[in-house]
Design a protein around this ligand. Structure first.
Ligand code: G3H
Length: 486
């Protein structure tokens, strides 16, 4: 991959490049696999794409923001039709670049395609609604939604296609030109789409750049000319970028950030179901999901039985390469992650926790087997940090006020999973929990989908809301024509 997309042109890059490796080895003796190279663009190119997007927007008078709804939809349909032909190639890259297993890689691709179609339908509905009038106090209003301006879009490595596109697609369809820098990992899989972007959208509407975030995003942010920062990632990066914007808080932001979602297992929980859901919640994609369960609180009356069943089940999960059948645990794409998880385990052990499962903490070059740690307390790093990997802290509780207090104190507030049967216990608890997080999952693990539901969080977990419909609102402004006659 030597090209990038700027001002409607696929530009062959002759300067510095970076090699992209997979932590998956293609040889018997472990050696990371070289997958390709990407351009390392500089400040000059960053400012060029900024200019290209600004020209495409032209203060709201450009071709894209003024284009008829039906024509903008036609561009999007052209894009998604071409994207569908790249399924095999992109699924393969998802497996090699980020180690996502085959079914989940296919799901990520298909879910993204569905998301685009759902967005088109939701946009058509907005358009239909804008044809209606409403009347208040003798004033008729014809309410519409219009674009905001230029969007800088940065996505995460764990869903480099799906999550990034849940920003990119709604931003585009609402008439905003976009500057898109793919994540550090999961970057090559965007290359098969460059031509589709180029020939589906007018020039300057989609710009794709590669390189170090610091080098590229800094001049763009410092220009003060970006209207929306759209990022799924961590709050540290979001804060750093926001602080570079000269107009400070007047920057619009659409942010999906960290989470430390807990499971709370009540004494009357169905343990078989709870164990299965907690396995899926903690270890799907090795726990590398913002929606993963990252703390498991279990009532002390059932914690021994829960631990026994849970630890035994963790040890049955198969580790292997992403394309192998039945594989649940796969190589970790970040080279430093196994060492980081090992440090969390060592810290917890030194403070009194034990590893409950036989294989917990076993390491290979690119993987560390999930460790179930018990009992975990607040002094341990694994309690406080977003581990984003295969280590599961189990915390016993006597009184429900204990996990509730921790949630209230936490910097995060995305979701919770609540396991129990008695509706008279659950009901008041749900009323409390919805004020601490944004989604309460009853007897099921945390997740983002279905994508029509609001995906957001309190405190450091999010800013703005992403669902098919909410994202269209997040990337647009409500405008209207008022008149005294209809
Ligand atoms: O990393 C966070 C993703 O939004 C998780 O999505 O719950 O569908 O795996 P998911």
């Amino acid at each position: 991959q030597k090209t990038y997309l700027s001002d409607g042109k696929l530009i062959e890059w002759k300067g510095e490049t970076a090699e992209i490796y997979s932590t998956i080895s293609s040889t018997e003796d472990y050696k990371p696999t070289l997958l390709g190279t990407i351009p390392q663009l500089g400040e000059k190119e960053a400012l060029e794409v900024l200019n290209s997007a600004l020209t495409a927007y032209n203060k709201g008078q450009g071709l894209w923001p003024t284009m008829k709804v039906v024509d903008r939809i036609a561009c999007m349909e052209k894009f998604v039709n071409q994207m569908k032909t790249k399924r095999e190639e992109i699924v393969k890259l998802l497996m090699w670049e980020i180690g996502k297993n085959l079914p989940d890689s296919q799901k990520e691709f298909d879910r993204t395609v569905d998301y685009i179609y759902d967005t088109i339908e939701a946009y058509k509905q907005i358009d239909r609604d804008s044809a209606k009038f409403e009347k208040n106090e003798g004033v008729y209003a014809h309410i519409r939604r219009g674009p905001i301006g230029v969007v800088l879009c940065l996505g995460p490595y764990n869903y480099p296609l799906n999550e990034t596109f849940t920003l990119l697609i709604p931003a585009l369809i609402m008439g905003n030109p976009v500057i898109f820098k793919p994540a550090k990992l999961g970057v090559l899989l965007i290359s098969p789409l460059l031509e589709a972007f180029q020939n589906s959208f007018p020039k300057g509407v989609v710009n794709v750049i590669y390189g170090r975030g610091r080098v590229l995003a800094t001049p763009i942010m410092q220009s003060g000319k970006i209207d929306v920062l759209a990022l799924i990632g961590n709050s540290k990066s979001a804060n750093a970028l926001q602080s570079q914007h000269p107009k400070g808080n007047r920057l619009r932001m659409v942010l999906g950030l960290e989470a430390k979602n807990p499971a709370i297992v009540l004494p009357d929980a169905d343990l078989d179901l709870t164990v299965d859901e907690c396995i899926a919640g903690t270890l799907s994609f090795n726990g590398q999901r913002c929606t993963a369960l990252k703390l498991v609180y279990v009532h002390e009356s059932i914690v021994d039985e829960f631990n026994k069943r849970f630890a035994a089940k963790v040890d049955t999960l198969k580790f292997g390469n992403p394309w192998e059948s039945g594989v649940k645990l796969t190589p970790l794409p970040e080279v430093e992650k196994p060492g980081y998880i090992k440090d969390l385990i060592t810290d917890a052990l030194s403070k009194g926790a034990k590893i409950l499962n036989k294989k917990g903490g076993e390491m290979t070059e690119n993987f560390i087997y999930p460790a179930v740690l018990y009992p975990v307390n607040k002094d341990m790093d694994v309690f406080n940090e977003e581990q984003f990997g295969p280590v599961i802290p189990v915390i016993p509780f006597e009184d429900i006020e204990e996990p509730l207090h921790d949630m209230a104190e936490s910097n995060y507030g995305q979701q919770v999973s609540l396991f129990g049967k008695n509706i008279y216990t659950l009901s008041p608890l749900i009323d409390t929990l919805v004020n601490l997080v944004c989604r309460v999952n009853l007897n099921s693990s945390c997740q983002r989908g279905p994508d029509v539901y609001p995906f957001t969080g309190r405190k450091d977990s999010a800013y703005s809301t992403l669902s098919v419909h909410d994202a269209l609102r997040s990337f647009s402004i409500r405008t209207f024509v008022a008149s005294k006659d209809n």
